[in-house]
Design a protein around this ligand. Structure first.
Ligand code: PAF
Length: 319
């Protein structure tokens, strides 16, 4: 059992874990890991002297802000030497940014380092494999993961946790993480589990995102509104199409479990705005092509019709 550390015990430790991406989830995971180890946060324009502030999840209007002292570094200037002790990099950027974020680091990654991709949607793991091959980095191991934790980046260095939820991770390519590395992840990140079949876990989360994200973006509503009967038929159709495509891809999903999962997340995150709703509200690029778009592209490959998901991709793309 790993023990949460005190500030004293970490002061001289070299980082073995890096978090790539100082967005809401990246900062949240960094904070959670900082209680057990000294991670390094890699982001754009971050400097050593920066400190993160964190508001824990609370149902009350306000909660006490904590200061997280730690290591931060600009992703574009970090050197091979600074990365030398790192054996695990958790990539917490948007799905469409994954390869772009890894590229500046790739030649400086220590031998046998593991990348854990933690994002919504599917697809970037295949682009990552191509990128690793192009750079002759076949020694780099790959884990995939998904999280239903929710957080809001209030400003560059301030993050608020807005929801709790399950995190799943699993092996995809190369060597497996050690027991110690897995223990660190599963103890530091609440409700974090290792899946023996990460493709199944990713598809299960993909279905949740396919149902919630585009509808909340189009309807400009909180997740909880989707519990209303008027959305039931559309949600049902989205789930049916996803299940057909997943099955064709060799991943068997149960309709009953998927419906239960979707409505459970709608209830648990009722007050939240989905990430896609927030992307549209802030006029940022969305993950529609890695969420419903991944389903429609796999559907085309298998010659399966997915009119409801096709329409959602079109609707969100035109917002
Ligand atoms: O993308 C999101 O917002 C989240 O993954 C989820 C689970 C849909 C909750 O808002």
């Amino acid at each position: 059992m790993l023990q949460p550390h005190t500030t004293k015990t970490v002061a001289a430790t070299k980082p073995t874990v890096a978090i790539l991406g100082a967005g809401a989830i990246g900062m949240l995971v960094y904070k959670q890991l900082s209680e057990f180890t000294q991670p390094i946060l890699l982001g754009r324009d971050l400097i050593k002297e920066h400190a993160l502030t964190f508001e824990p999840f609370s149902k009350e209007a306000t909660s006490e802000t904590q200061i997280i002292e730690g290591m931060m570094c600009d992703v574009n200037t970090i050197t091979h030497t600074q990365l030398a002790s790192v054996s695990l990099i958790i990539v917490c950027v948007k799905s469409y940014q994954v390869t772009h974020a890894i590229r500046p680091l790739i030649d400086n990654l220590p031998q046998q380092c593991t990348l854990l991709l933690l994002h919504n949607g599917m697809g970037p793991h295949l682009d990552t494999l191509t990128l690793l091959a192009q750079h002759q980095r076949d020694d780099i191991n790959l884990y995939l993961g998904t999280t239903s934790q929710a957080a809001l980046k209030c400003n560059k260095l301030h993050v608020r946790q807005t929801g709790t939820g399950k995190t799943m991770l699993g092996h995809f390519k190369g060597k497996k993480l050690t027991e110690k590395q897995l223990a660190l992840l599963t103890q530091a990140i609440p409700d974090c589990h290792v899946s023996e079949d990460i493709r199944l876990a990713l598809w299960q989360k993909l279905v949740i995102n396919c149902a919630i994200n585009p509808l909340t973006a189009i309807e400009q509503c909180r997740n909880g509104q989707l519990a209303k009967p008027q959305y039931q038929a559309r949600i049902d159709n989205i789930i049916d199409e996803c299940i057909m495509v997943a099955n064709a891809d060799g991943v068997m999903l149960s309709k009953q479990v998927m419906v239960e999962n979707v409505y459970q997340v709608i209830a648990l995150t009722a007050n939240n705005y989905s990430s896609m709703h927030q992307d549209i509200a802030h006029q940022r690029q969305t993950e529609i092509h890695q969420i419903n778009g991944y389903v429609t592209s796999r559907a085309k490959y298998h010659h399966i019709a997915t009119p409801v998901n096709d329409q959602l991709v079109d609707d969100v793309s035109s917002l």
